[in-house]
Design a protein around this ligand. Structure first.
Ligand code: FAD
Length: 468
């Protein structure tokens, strides 16, 4: 065999697997069909969306909070072309970084579409023309996902668009309709609402970010409406979207069955993502996709029913998150190398990069109730935090859920300033099976947002928060 490991796909799952594989001394190849590495995450996902979230937040603050800080600025304007250009530069820096890492780790890279000829032979339809075959003892499928397409929502990529096009608009829409109140829809909706668009989110469920702890969605909806004027049509089932040339009309049924029409300049369809397996030739090695979700079936070792063929990231079941894909990439190659790695799927944090940010790890209150588990709750609002008052970021709270008998932390749910970073402390605590009392007794620097976690832990243990 030419290679010990062949990785198909260069997203956070694939490239991290390739690097770790090379670190372990395995001869490694990585195939990517696009010209730049990094997959969805670096090219049209995590990184560009955060670049635009950061830029739009600066604009919003310049317009709405600078004056109160005593900074007078006049005629603040959006230069959307520059904003998108900077975003593209951020992408270029990041994708170039992966190219550098591939060279540094001596991973052979191939640009083209990889497909199975047999379980050890991958045929590559090279971008530069022609075909090449490479062989490997092990193959890791890391082909990711693409935006979910619904038959009654025909994405034309002009007015009815996905997250990918929404990251490169050349104008700020006056009105924007977002179908889907999940993470991607809310992040992109926030970007344009901050830049001045009137944003309406149409959501089938009765809350936004419906899979997270219920208290987070309620607070986020309240704040996004208050600070950005975003409108939310919950319990609305979208039935059609139409491109009218220079505008869009989205039709939905409300909970009583009435037809509701929402007009916009653009409509972002953000109803989830679907595993991407096109052109992989799975049929040539007898892998059938799972009925539910059309994902590649894998066992606990992330091995498909075909020995030596593994799958990781968005293309397999579980949270569709970059850091989950990365963990799985490391897990698979360490298993191949004979190590005994472990992933704790209960402790994969989920984050929404709106402002306030939302972050969560472990069980939600709804899950604890459904499991009939006895738990206690401690919450601390940012409006009681000195640091949050100083920065004028007083919306949101931290909520700690702990076992009623043992005090072990079972879930931590945060909404507020910089909680995307703060959640790491909760993950570490829970990984080491800390009790709320443990956190309550650990010194947290003052004044920091992190004190809210300690205060929530104090509240969870005998209701003894200090600043509330
Ligand atoms: P991908 O990143 O999708 O990479 C798969 C790669 O495989 C692609 O480059 C594709 O071209 C390539 N490929 C596919 N088929 C073949 C083939 N046959 N041959 C060769 N190459 C092939 N997650 C977070 O954790 N945090 C965030 O903030 C976040 N923000 C997001 C924002 C947006 C707008 C979107 C769309 C997603 C976001 N995500 C975020 C999700 C994250 O991007 C994905 O979970 C992550 O990229 C999945 O990684 P992956 O390696 O499984 O696949």
């Amino acid at each position: 065999m030419q290679y010990d490991v062949i990785v198909i796909g260069s997203g956070p799952g694939g490239y991290v697997a390739a690097i770790r594989s090379a670190q372990l001394g395995l001869k490694t190849a990585m195939i990517e069909k696009y010209a730049t590495f990094g997959g969805t995450c670096l090219n049209v996902g995590c990184i560009p969306s955060k670049a635009l979230l950061d830029s739009s937040e600066h604009f919003h603050n310049a317009q709405h909070t600078f004056a109160e800080h005593g900074i007078d600025v006049k005629d603040v304007k959006v230069n959307i072309k520059q904003m998108i250009k900077r975003k593209n530069e951020v992408i270029a820096q990041n994708t170039a970084g992966i190219t550098f890492l591939m060279k540094k780790n001596k991973v052979d890279t191939y640009e083209g579409v990889g497909s199975f000829k047999d379980k050890n032979t991958i045929k590559i339809k090279l971008t530069k023309g022609g075909e090449q075959e490479i062989t490997g003892k092990n193959v890791i499928i890391a082909t990711g996902s693409k935006p979910t397409a619904l038959p009654f929502l025909p994405v034309d990529k002009k007015r009815i668009i996905t997250s990918t096009e929404a990251l490169s608009l050349t104008e700020v829409p006056k009105a924007l309709t977002v179908i889907g109140g999940g993470v991607i829809g809310l992040e992109l909706g926030s970007v344009y609402a901050r830049l001045g668009s009137k944003v309406t989110v149409v959501e089938f469920a009765d809350s936004i970010i419906a899979t997270m702890d219920g208290s987070l969605g309620k607070e986020l909806q309240r704040v996004l409406k208050k600070s950005l004027g975003m409108e939310f049509l919950l319990s609305h089932k979208v039935t059609a979207a139409k491109n009218n040339g220079k505008s869009t009309t989205v039709e939905a049924l409300d909970s009583k069955g009435n037809v509701v029409k929402v007009e916009g300049d653009y409509c972002i369809v953000a109803v989830g993502r679907t595993a991407y397996t096109e052109g992989l030739g799975l049929e040539n090695i007898g892998i059938k996709l799972e009925e539910r979700g059309k994902k590649i079936p894998v066992n606990a070792q992330l091995e498909t029913p075909v020995k030596g063929v593994y799958a990781i990231g968005d293309v397999v079941a579980g949270a569709m998150l970059a850091h989950k894909a990365e963990e799985e990439g490391v897990f698979v190659v360490e298993s191949i190398a004979g190590q005994k790695p472990h992933i704790n799927y209960n402790l994969i944090p989920g984050v929404v990069y709106t402002w306030p940010e939302v972050a969560s790890v472990g069980l939600t209150e709804e899950q604890l109730k459904a499991e009939g588990k006895k738990y206690k709750t401690g919450a601390f609002p940012f409006k009681a935090s000195g640091r949050a008052k100083a920065s004028m970021d007083t919306d949101g709270f931290v909520k700690v859920l702990a076992d009623a008998e043992t005090d072990e932390i079972l879930g931590v749910h945060m909404i507020g300033p910089r909680v995307a970073d703060m959640i790491a402390e909760a993950v570490v605590a829970m990984e080491f099976r800390a009790s709320a009392e443990d956190i309550a007794r650990i010194c947290h620097a003052h004044p920091t947002y992190t004190e809210a976690f300690k205060e929530a832990a104090l509240a969870a243990t005998d209701n003894r928060a200090i600043h509330m």
